[in-house]
Design a protein around this ligand. Structure first.
Ligand code: 4AD
Ligand code: MG
Length: 506
């Protein structure tokens, strides 16, 4: 019976047929272990010379990595295996051969892997990330649909900037310049006045000429917009949405988190706890070490982190040294030597990260200490601030000078009613949003101040001319959220084919 790896548990003791690709092969005398993957999962399939035809065993022994095949065999329970089962192969048939698969098991650099993204997606780790991405997207749609939001599609070609003119991708639109959308928000606001509560979920584009681990040139954003919502209701909704998504992935993706080696403790806590809400003023007090949380300041925590990094670095250096000496002594058997070499590779990778931290932390500390009140937070400021918390935090009421033109000001005119959600573990901003300005004169003033072309915003100003209401919304960066959930070193692994500064292919 033809089935999939995901359903094998229902077929223990039965004979099944699977179709997939060979993710790994290990030969031993008279027995070959294949790891088969079929998109739904990974499974060990055992081929024994004594149990199959000679030609079949011959094929199994030599089958190339990533060859596609069809196999039949008996499903047996084996709790040591990932899915809790393995298959005792009786027949094996090649579908498409594969030789010299470029992504072998040894460590590859990020550029090599990105150049082979079309193949890299097959690896177990990337498979797990993409499954979680799928679960997150589906849960977001469920959340908003259950709450009565109407999904809308905003245009990609636009005539105006939303989030500042410095990151616009310009293109030619029948002889006039057009820009790839930075955000669907302004169109979302128009639709909210027609539907009440809407959300867009689409690709957005930012010409970010920087290579940080948080920036893509093309990323996916979910942007709800709600008529008659103020900033507090907006924050309540953000929290409810994130907790819904967290609960969903914790329910559906434990196998994937296990593959990623992700400690989900912080996700479990975040799914339950309220997210602390701080004003910008309060956040700056914490950032600069003038205020503490539970008796600890950011500066103390980072100092302690730095000491821990130095201690670990010394230990890693020593272990590398010891292992090298063992290797040089020539007393190790071949298997042991390989194991030692792999361990050294791993330690060297860790060392690279530690050395980076050793340089970064003092810089973060310095810039946090000298943070100028009134500035926007940089990436490192977010990292320092969130070090104090083990759930996401929401920072609201920002200096209006550093925020987008469309945000409403507080009654005293001092603050913009924006909110950023900052994820813990160094991830920083995953959501940006706020309450929208309803006063048409203040909006016009801001459009001038930001040197935006008034004409392109006439239609937007109509929303204030005809039945304006208080309204709010936000944008959740899908890849930023995923990077945090999966604890990825870079957002580029959170999207199938990343577009970022210096990369357009594959
Ligand atoms: O904070 P941003 O720029 O806000 C907006 O675009 C608003 N118009 C959203 C709204 O209120 N409807 O972007 C929102 C989120 C950020 O918090 C971040 O998660 C993500 O989009 N983001 C990026 N993700 C990856 N690469 C980039 N270059 C990103 N820029 C923003
Ligand atoms: Mg932002």
């Amino acid at each position: 019976m033809l089935t999939t790896i995901s359903r094998l548990r229902d077929h223990v003791g039965q004979r099944v047929t699977l179709q997939g690709w060979v993710a790994n092969r290990r030969n031993s005398k008279g027995i070959t272990f294949l790891i088969l993957r079929d998109g739904t999962g990974f499974c060990q399939c055992v081929v024994e010379a004594s149990q199959v035809a000679a030609a079949c065993f011959e094929l199994a022994e030599h089958i190339g990595l990533e060859s596609s095949c069809r196999l039949s065999g008996l499903v047996v329970r084996d709790e040591r295996q990932i899915g809790g089962v393995e298959v005792r192969v009786e027949e094996l048939q090649l579908i498409g051969s594969s030789h010299d698969y470029p992504i072998a098991k040894k460590e590859h650099g990020p550029d090599f892997l990105l150049d082979h993204r079309h193949l890299w997606l097959r690896s177990q780790r990337q498979w797990a990330i993409m499954r979680i991405r799928n679960a997150v997207i589906y849960s977001l749609h469920r959340f908003f649909q259950q709450q009565g939001f109407v999904q809308m599609d905003a245009p990609i070609f636009t005539a105006n900037a939303v989030e500042g003119t410095s990151t616009l991708f310009e293109t030619d639109y029948y002889g006039t310049p057009a820009y790839l959308s930075q955000s669907g928000q302004l169109y979302g606001e128009a639709m909210a006045m027609a539907m009440g509560k809407i959300y867009t979920f689409g690709p957005t584009f930012r010409a970010e000429k920087s290579k940080t681990r948080r920036h893509l040139s093309e990323f996916w954003m979910i942007e709800p917009e709600m008529a008659f919502y103020d900033l507090d209701q907006n924050m309540d909704l953000i929290e409810a949405m994130l907790q819904f998504v967290l609960a969903a992935v914790l329910e559906e993706c434990m196998n994937e988190f296990y593959i990623l080696n992700r400690d989900v403790g912080i996700l479990q806590r975040s799914a339950q706890a309220r997210f602390p809400r701080l004003t910008y003023e309060e956040a700056v007090e914490l950032l600069t070490g003038r205020a503490a949380v539970n008796g600890t300041t950011t500066l103390e925590l980072l100092e302690a982190d730095l000491q821990a990094v130095r201690k670990r670095k010394a230990a890693v250096l020593q272990e590398i040294e010891e292992r090298n000496q063992k290797l040089a002594s020539g007393t190790l058997r071949k298997g042991e030597a390989n194991y030692y070499r792999a361990a050294i590779d791993r330690l060297k990778n860790e060392l690279k990260d530690l050395e980076e931290d050793e340089v970064n932390i003092p810089q973060w500390l310095a810039s946090a200490k000298h943070f100028r009140f009134g500035n926007d937070f940089g990436g490192s400021d977010e990292t320092v601030l969130t070090r104090l918390f083990d759930v996401p935090i929401m920072v609201y009421n920002w200096p209006h000078e550093v925020k987008a033109f469309y945000l409403k000001r507080t009654a005293d005119g001092r603050w913009a009613k924006g909110v950023d959600v900052l994820a813990p573990e160094g991830y920083g901003e995953i959501v940006g949003g706020g309450e929208r300005e309803t006063d048409i004169d203040l909006l016009i003033e801001k459009i001038h101040e930001h040197k935006l072309p008034m004409q392109a915003f006439e239609w937007y100003l109509d929303l204030r001319r005809y039945g304006s209401v208080p309204h709010s919304g936000f944008g959740l960066g899908l890849e930023r959220l995923l990077a945090w959930l999966c604890k990825l070193p870079h957002v580029r692994e959170a999207i199938p084919f990343p577009r970022m500064y210096g990369r357009l292919t594959p």
